[in-house]
Design a protein around this ligand. Structure first.
Ligand SMILES: O=c1ccn([C@@H]2O[C@H](COP(=O)(O)OP(=O)(O)O[C@H]3O[C@@H](CO)[C@H](O)[C@H]3O)[C@@H](O)[C@H]2O)c(=O)[nH]1
Ligand SMILES: [Mn+2]
Length: 360
């Protein structure tokens, strides 16, 4: 029987930020080989990154990024995994999956290898239900449905923009938690996918993440981190907070849960603490800011939402630290660069029809 064409084979790019050889791909070969990879090489551009034979990929190092973006390259972080967002920008595909190079194929409770990419695709291709919580989790999953009392007017759901996967073994803990619980491993496999309700923020981890680039790509800017910046390991968090408020505004869904990957390497908690510590107290001001963000009705595209967000970041967070003035400017540069590299798609995302006529 002819082998079925892998789902979204020509509509999805896999983006990998890296500072090392990509031997980890050997384990993913059965699942990733049919797909195009975009490798964003961080750090020393003269280092040669070895990619296993048989993968179709494009690789960008810092020299390439500077050449392609010119002065706008200033918005792409250096010496931090945040550089991965350059891969989102240069991709021409509808979907993105991004994974770290210390993430491997996990096994489910019956020992079956998990095709994380396949599960993310299922998550992205089925609707989300942000306006009313379904207690039986994902109602669109085989063998589940909406439970009694769930309004029929809401059962159509909304388009899914983001699929946030999880991790067995090394959990994505912040440095203080890592220091207090150095031996803790995540062994709990929760067989669930759920939509994060509208109005609720979440800590988006970039390790095992997929999204619909056409719906939400311009919001997936992994904020300025690494070399020359006062903070690290908040790039994905920043992108997640911006993405969620924009998804809520445009009536798009964000899911979390399956699939799991096996996260193999715990990074150094002391190095992590140095990177994170400002973020640990800044976020006590950032979260109330994002919770109070109101985007005007005329923000009908991701780009317009993002530029409005940048304005509010500068106005309300610039006083927290000058870093946020820089970040607000970098957010604008990111959109300019995005639209330069993606002219046809620029400013096209329109607000999905909100059920119940609900609006901001
Ligand atoms: O300077 C760098 C360092 C690393 N990378 C690449 O980025 C990912 C993640 O690196 P690593 O696994 O060492 O980091 P973690 O502490 O486990 O995870 C952090 O990364 C983010 C999640 O993706 C988040 O901030 C933390 O969870 C690997 O692919 C490295 O090769 C890099 O590009 N530049
Ligand atoms: Mn890691």
């Amino acid at each position: 029987m002819a082998r079925a064409t892998p789902l979204l084979k020509d509509e999805l790019d896999i983006v990998i930020p890296t500072i090392r050889n990509l031997d980890f791909l050997e384990m993913w070969r059965p699942f990733f080989q049919p797909y195009h990879l975009i490798i964003v090489q961080d750090g020393d551009p003269s280092k040669v990154i070895k990619v296993p034979e048989g993968f179709d990929y494009e690789l960008y190092n810092r020299n390439d990024i500077n050449k392609i973006l010119g002065p706008k390259a200033s918005c792409i972080s250096f010496k931090d995994s945040a550089c991965r967002c350059f891969g989102y920008m240069v991709s021409k595909k509808k979907y993105i999956y991004t994974i770290d190079d210390d993430c491997f194929v996990a096994k489910d409770p019956i020992g079956k290898e998990i095709n994380a990419l396949e599960q993310h695709i299922k998550n992205l291709l089925s609707p989300s239900s942000p306006f009313f919580f379904n207690t039986l989790y994902d109602p669109y999953r085989e063998g589940a449905d909406f439970v009694r009392g769930y309004p029929f007017s809401l059962r159509e759901g909304v388009p899914t923009a983001v699929s946030h996967g999880l991790w067995l073994n090394i959990p994505d803990y912040d440095a203080p938690t890592q220091l207090v619980k150095p031996l803790e491993r995540n062994t709990r496999y929760v067989d669930a996918v759920m939509t994060i309700p509208k109005g609720t923020l979440f800590p988006m981890c970039g390790m095992n993440l997929a999204f619909n680039r056409e719906l939400i790509g311009p919001a997936m800017y992994f904020g300025l981190m690494g070399d020359g910046q006062p903070i690290g390991r908040y790039d994905d968090m920043w992108a997640g907070w911006c993405t969620k408020v924009i998804c809520d505004h445009l009536g798009l869904g964000v899911k979390t849960g399956l699939p799991y990957i096996w996260h193999s390497k715990a990074s150094n908690p002391f190095v992590n603490l140095k990177k994170e510590y400002k973020g640990i107290y800044w976020q006590e001001e950032l979260i109330p800011f994002f919770q109070s963000v109101a985007l005007p009705k005329d923000c009908t595209s991701v780009q317009k939402c993002y530029l409005e967000l940048s304005k509010q970041v500068k106005a309300k967070l610039g006083k927290v630290d000058d870093y946020f003035n820089k970040l607000a400017d970098a957010m604008i540069t990111w959109i300019e660069a995005w639209d330069e590299l993606n002219p046809s798609a620029a400013a096209t995302t329109t607000a999905a029809k909100l059920p119940h006529g609900s609006s901001k």
